[in-house]
Design a protein around this ligand. Structure first.
Ligand code: ADP
Ligand code: FDM
Ligand code: MG
Length: 212
């Protein structure tokens, strides 16, 4: 039927929870099942803004905290025309991190409120489903050490987890908590089923606006 749109599915969660692994597998599985599906990630480090953010994360440059927050948000907004075009043409987008990462990370810095951090992302395409891959710091540690990027310390990640928990209290969003300590296969089956259900539910609905 004409006019059926794809779903916007976001993966969030702590470092090494399995977001990138699962995003890739989900796209492949959806395609095998005959859905149109594509992956995206934030930050999208290949654009001009994304290069500034990438260099900041790699600690090759320093940026003022408000400034980098706005750049992360701008890095999402610059993809919005493309996201809407894809969704409207029936492509389901599987997104590795989104505005929730933006808010959880910046609001873990000193003197940043959740309220302030949300403002620049208000009105972005609203995810139909946000899959939160839940893992304890101990279980994540078994998957390897932190890398060398900014924010990759256990103190900071603990603060981020608390901020995610606050964001998940917002019932206007469709959060699903997944036990990410399960095997890759079990996590995959769970999120594939939820994703197929949401694709069916979202297909005749307009694209929503985040936090409006
Ligand atoms: P994230 O993108 O959330 O940081 P990754 O997908 O990069 O996480 O996974 C981090 C590491 O953990 C990778 O080495 C990956 O192979 C491994 N991994 C991912 N999911 C699982 C799982 N369910 N069980 C065990 N190891 C996993
Ligand atoms: N991050 C990511 C932010 O601080 N703000 C954002 O808006 C987004 C999308 O960037 F530390 C942080 C979260 C993480 C880093 O790491 C991206 P990965 O490994 O590429 O997901
Ligand atoms: Mg990743």
């Amino acid at each position: 039927m004409a006019g059926r749109r794809g779903a916007l599915i976001v993966l969030e969660g702590a470092d090494r929870a399995g977001k990138s692994t699962q995003a890739k597998r989900l796209v492949e599985a959806l395609k095998e099942r005959g859905y149109k599906a594509e992956g995206m990630r934030f930050p999208e480090r290949t654009t001009e803004i994304g290069k500034l953010v990438g260099s900041y994360l790699e600690k090759k440059s320093n940026l003022e905290d408000h400034t980098v927050h706005l750049l992360f948000s701008a890095n999402r907004w610059e993809q919005v025309p493309l996201m809407k075009e894809k969704l409207r043409s029936g492509v389901t987008l599987v997104v590795d991190r989104y505005a929730f990462s933006g808010v959880a990370f910046t609001s873990s810095k000193k003197d940043f409120s959740l309220h302030w951090c949300k403002q620049p992302d208000i009105g972005l395409p609203k995810p139909d489903l946000v899959l939160f891959l839940d893992i304890s710091p101990e279980a994540a540690a078994k998957r390897g050490d932190f890398g060398n990027e900014r924010y990759e310390t256990s103190d900071f990640q603990k603060k981020v987890q608390k901020r995610y928990a606050e964001l998940m209290e917002d019932r206007s969003l469709n959060w699903e908590m997944i036990d990410a300590a399960q095997s890759m296969e079990d996590v995959h089956s769970a999120i594939r089923q939820m994703s197929e259900d949401i694709i069916e539910q979202a297909k005749d609905q307009p694209i929503g606006k985040l936090w409006i």
